[in-house]
Ligand binder design. Structure first.
Ligand code: NAD
Length: 384
């Protein structure tokens, strides 16, 4: 069913453009599209993505890869040619990257959307505009405390001297630009606000908590948790997110709308660290790191980030939500298989002696409150 509607969306111009297609989510999306029989073009500057992410697709003649930047208008115009559907993911992502380079991230994220719209406006002789799916983020909700967060709720961003809000500002600017274009020209666009998407190939480098904690556990290092660890997030599995986004792209009633996409199962970061220890069998202690040490003085965190999924469920019905332990095991299997986190057997032993604050080791005799339990790697996903 979904395949047919997607094919209809790209009627007359069969290629699907995925900007940021060599990135974490993008590469899973590319694979899913190829599995559905689509012809796919990727535009990626490889700033945080990698061709190794789409290595499994190499040699597939339905896949074209253009190494280039969405910030170059001519490049964007060229790659749009012949595309009936565009998934725009190319962006600077991650709290670490955004706090380090707020202005550059903002420019990157806004200019990409501007060039997308300029390129679409310049398409010659098109009777129907391509279907556009803009990837936005739960970050746009900022500090809103109206949990669960609804798409029609207020966006509460912090001050401009706090670098992290530049990411939200860029993403929400993209939303405004695309939705205004929808109203002006009828552009069939949908905005998806993803909430903490995780899974194989996500890099720990830019502040992504799941691969960072798994890598630390595998190396026997302390698990660094920022703040008091009682802030909560909802972690969703990348395959579930890709399936939901593809389904939204196929539904005509989603045009001109904004959707939360992800899981609504709330977990504190301390609980996440505990589960990481369980699935890895690690005895690594937890090290609480104050925010100002991690991100400097100008940093604000968000206590709860829980989506209201009523709107997306209203369109798609029940959602596939892989449970957190399975998500962790699948990500762990990939880390182990690719050697992305170097594992040292001896490091498991030394970690226990590390001088850190460990909220899980709070008993008088030092026995962890949550003992490390070895778990099988690569347990399969539950049947949907
Ligand atoms: N992972 C999450 O939890 C999450 C949450 C909310 C929103 N998102 C959104 O999903 C999208 C994908 O994120 P991801 O987690 O896969 O991150 P990622 O860093 O793996 O993917 C981004 C990709 O875009 C590419 N890129 C960046 N700037 C570019 C440019 N100017 N031109 C061409 N390519 C460029 C990068 O090389 C990378 O391949 C982003 O738009 C992000 O804002 C992700």
């Amino acid at each position: 069913m979904a395949e047919e509607v997607l094919a209809r969306a790209s009627e007359g111009a069969g290629r699907v453009l995925v900007t940021g297609g060599a990135g974490f989510i993008g590469s899973h999306l590319v694979e899913a599209l190829l599995r559905r029989g689509e012809r796919v073009r990727v535009l990626d500057d490889l700033s945080t993505g990698s061709l190794s992410n789409i290595a499994a697709c190499h040699g597939d003649e339905r896949l074209e890869v253009e190494i280039g930047t969405a910030r170059d208008a001519a490049t964007f115009r060229r790659v749009l040619d012949g595309c009936g559907t565009v998934f725009h993911l190319a962006a600077s992502v991650g709290v670490g990257m955004v706090t380090a380079e707020p202005a550059e991230c903002l420019r990157n994220n806004v200019e990409g959307v501007q060039n997308l719209l300029a390129g679409l406006a310049g398409l010659p002789g098109r009777l129907t505009l391509p279907r556009v799916i803009l990837f936005s983020s739960s970050e746009v909700y900022g500090k809103s405390e109206r949990v669960p967060l609804r798409e029609d709720g207020d966006l509460v961003l912090g001050p401009s001297n706090v670098p992290r809000w530049s990411y939200a500002s860029g993403k929400v600017t993209g939303e405004f630009l695309v939705l205004a274009e929808h109203r002006r020209t009828g552009l069939p666009a949908t905005v998806v606000r993803c909430f903490n998407t995780c899974g194989p190939r996500q890099q720990p480098t830019y502040g992504m908590v799941v691969p960072r904690l798994l890598g630390q556990a595998l190396r026997g290092e302390p698990l660094t948790v920022f703040g008091d660890g009682r802030q909560s997030r909802c972690f969703s599995f990348v395959d579930d997110v890709v399936a939901a986004v593809l389904a939204l792209a196929c539904r005509p009633e989603t045009v001109g709308e904004v959707y939360n996409v992800g899981s609504d199962h709330e977990t504190t970061v301390l609980e996440l660290a505990s589960r990481v220890r369980r699935v890895t069998g690690s005895a690594s202690p937890v090290h609480l790191v104050p925010y100002h040490e991690a991100y400097g003085d100008h940093f604000e965190d968000v206590r709860r980030r829980v989506p209201d999924l009523g709107k997306i469920r209203g369109v798609l019905g029940p959602l596939l939500l892989t449970d957190l332990d399975t998500l962790l095991r699948l990500t762990l299997s990939h880390l182990v298989a690719t050697g992305a986190a170097a594992v040292s057997a001896s490091s498991f032993a030394t970690a226990a002696a590390a001088p850190v604050t460990d909220p899980f080791s709070a008993t008088a005799n030092g026995t962890p409150v949550i003992p490390a339990v070895p778990a099988p790697f690569g347990a399969g996903r539950p049947a949907s």
